[in-house]
Write a protein that binds this ligand. Structure first.
Ligand code: SAM
Ligand code: SF4
Length: 327
């Protein structure tokens, strides 16, 4: 690994999650409050030129992977144009997208052409009524988006399901069967106490170790597949192509292998999802900083990356919603 970005705990940082907007067309109960509209003002959004410049600096420092996220990234106008510009940057060899898929049917082909190679879709339920309750949106649009992404050649598409007690934990088997049928990869996620919404959802916390045991009663799970650079621990369902990942920030944290930082739409660089350490890059960008200045600011920020989140010790600590930091 060639990155110059090594944090104080010896972890190479080669991955940036880039939030291109804090806005969203859904209101998932665990993420954004109903009626929420206190969004970042457009003057504070990094422009495409500014994003391209910062990611270019990250690329020169050794970052190879960028994920477009949000908020809902497809709410940002002309996202495929930004994607194409980032995919063309030296050093960036993997450009991916996390989306709720409501607008994916319209944009899947353009994103594919622009060089977005992998797509993750949030989907917590297959029942329209329940989808409406959890997100305030329409399930049909998401399913259309998923099928459009499949048609333009995305494979494997990863489905992310936040499992919540009494909300959708009775659907894990249905989701497994759905993903087998459509050849998607499935990842279960534990609720995290981000903002008031995340803390409220944490009352419905489900330990994924228990979900795994439950699934093992119905399916033969083969462990140790797909190591990958991310936080999910994968199993395969024997006799099928389905991979199931378990993302367990609470029951089994994965901070020792953390390889990422997060850049929000206003140019704040967050060193950890579960901590408040940050560096403000927008003032530098708008005060005419040189690339050298930006490199130094990023290196200094990485030198302050915390060892781990403290979701259990201080769950009240992170006030921002997940939609601000980009999940
Ligand atoms: N809008 C896109 C989407 O939903 O995929 C991208 C942004 S969203 C903030 C990224 C991920 O964060 C989603 O998979 C979502 O389920 C997850 N997320 C949001 N709030 C969460 C919470 N409190 N606990 C666990 N996961 C959360
Ligand atoms: Fe929007 Fe994604 Fe948050 Fe749901 S999880 S409210 S889709 S940003």
């Amino acid at each position: 690994m060639n990155t110059k970005l090594i944090d104080p705990f010896g972890r190479p940082i080669e991955y940036v999650r880039l939030s291109v907007t804090d806005r969203c067309d859904l209101r998932c109960s665990y993420c954004m409050p109903r009626g929420f509209s206190d969004f970042e003002v457009p003057e504070h959004w990094l422009s495409f030129d500014e994003i391209e410049r910062v990611i270019g600096v990250f690329g020169r420092l050794g970052v190879t992977r960028i994920r477009l996220t949000g908020g809902e990234p497809l709410v940002r106008k002309d996202l495929p144009e930004l994607a194409a510009r980032l995919a063309a940057l030296p050093g960036i060899d993997d450009l991916s997208l996390s989306t709720n898929a409501t607008r994916l049917a319209r944009h899947a082909a353009a994103l594919h052409d622009a060089g977005v190679t992998r797509i993750n879709v949030s989907l917590d339920t297959l029942r329209p009524e329940r989808f409406k309750e959890i997100t305030q949106g329409k399930l049909e649009k998401v399913l259309d988006g998923l099928l459009a992404a499949k048609r333009v050649g995305y494979h494997p598409i990863k489905i992310n399901m936040v499992v919540m007690a009494g909300v959708n934990d009775d659907e894990v088997e249905d989701m497994v069967d759905f993903c087998i049928e459509h050849d998607f990869t499935l990842r279960f996620i534990e609720t995290m106490p981000m903002g008031d919404t995340g803390r409220a959802a944490s009352r419905q916390y489900v330990n994924l170790q228990d979900v795994r045991k439950r699934l093992a009663e119905r399916y033969e799970l083969v462990a140790g597949v797909m190591p990958g650079g991310g936080p999910a621990r994968y199993v395969r369902v024997a006799g099928t192509e389905l991979r199931i990942g378990f993302i367990t920030p609470i029951s089994q944290h994965f901070c020792e292998t953390c390889n990422r930082v997060r850049l929000s739409v206003d140019g704040t660089l967050y060193m950890c999802l579960g901590q408040d350490d940050k560096a403000e890059l927008r003032p530098l960008l708008r005060a005419g900083a040189s690339d050298q200045d930006l490199e130094e600011a990023i290196l200094a920020a990485i030198a302050r990356k915390p060892e781990r989140h403290d979701f259990q010790g201080r769950p009240e600590q992170v006030l921002r919603f997940m939609s601000v930091t980009g999940g």
